[in-house]
Design a protein around this ligand. Structure first.
Ligand code: A3P
Length: 275
């Protein structure tokens, strides 16, 4: 589904705006930005810089596929456009809408150990409140129901980490082979091996190498060597310190997620060493 649009050309061909051939559908705080930026190091990959929120936002969706395509960067026909909007993973209407646009689209899902992801999610909301000089409840009081003292699955940060529930909705439309699961914890510690798996899944020639990445000890994360003279790390909002969370609450959450994680491993065929 390539719609050609006027534009310019390079010595290698005409530049066009193309619909994504792959989507990073989530998960929020899984490392979606790092994954997109790192994949963009590949010469055959172009990225939509902003989260477009086409499929999850009704106001955008009614504008139609042509509106969506015009949000995409210019690229050569043989290049692969990738967009990421982490809300896609958890928003009910999205799988069907994506399927209607392109039933053969490739789907990337980056996940992290669910309890850590929930705390990261909380940290992002907390910082937003603090910026507006607002107070916010402690993670413990949101994640644990005060009367039953059990985990509160309705708390959004907990609910988002029940990966299997969201994935099952996607599987009503797409076969499991159309998904590739990225290990977000490994993307932090050993990005190259995760990126190589994605290259293979997207049927791209292996081009991303160790030379494209370097460990920045000040940030405590890998950063990108975009070109000979341009290096970049992700924004400061990525890789924040998390607030301390009571150990018993963390254990309760790990226990709560355990059966859902087992199901997730079973469905995806990828096992993680989550507690
Ligand atoms: P924390 O801020 O909790 O550490 P997303 O882009 O989906 O919002 O994910 C944010 C997470 O990406 C960060 O969560 C961070 O751990 C992770 N991440 C992975 N690789 C990173 C990198 N190279 N630089 C910064 N953050 C990275």
């Amino acid at each position: 589904q390539v719609f050609v649009c006027s534009v310019g050309s390079t010595t290698r061909g005409r530049l066009i705006q193309q619909l994504p051939r792959a989507l990073i559908i989530g998960v929020r705080k899984g490392g979606t930005r790092a994954l997109l930026e790192m994949l963009n190091l590949h010469p055959a990959v172009v990225k939509a810089s902003q989260e477009v929120h086409f499929f999850d936002n009704d106001q955008n969706y009614v504008r139609g596929v042509s509106w969506y395509r015009h949000r995409m960067p210019f690229s050569l026909r043989q290049q692969t456009t990738i967009e990421k909007s982490p809300a896609y993973f958890t928003t009910e209407k999205v799988p069907e809408r994506v399927f209607r646009m392109d039933p053969s689209i490739r789907l990337l899902l980056i996940v992290r150990e669910p309890t850590t992801r929930a705390v990261s999610d909380y940290t992002q909301v907390l910082e937003g409140k603090q910026r507006k000089n607002k107070t916010y409840r402690r993670f413990e009081t949101l994640a644990i129901d005060s009367s039953s003292l059990e985990v509160n699955p309705k708390y959004k940060a907990v609910w988002t980490s029940i990966y299997t529930k969201h994935l099952e909705r996607w599987l009503e439309f797409f076969p499991v082979e159309q998904f590739h699961i990225v290990d977000g914890d490994r993307l932090i510690s050993e990005p190259l091996s995760e990126l190589q798996l994605v290259e293979r899944f997207l049927r791209l020639p292996p081009r991303i190498s160790q030379d494209d990445l370097y460990f920045n000890s000040t940030r405590g994360f890998y950063c990108l060597r975009v070109s000979l003279h341009y290096r970049k790390c992700l924004a400061g909002s990525k890789g924040r310190a998390h607030p301390h969370v009571n150990a018993t609450v963390l254990e309760k959450l790990q226990h709560f997620f355990h059966p859902f994680n087992q199901k997730f491993y079973q469905i995806t065929g990828r096992t993680f060493s989550w507690p």
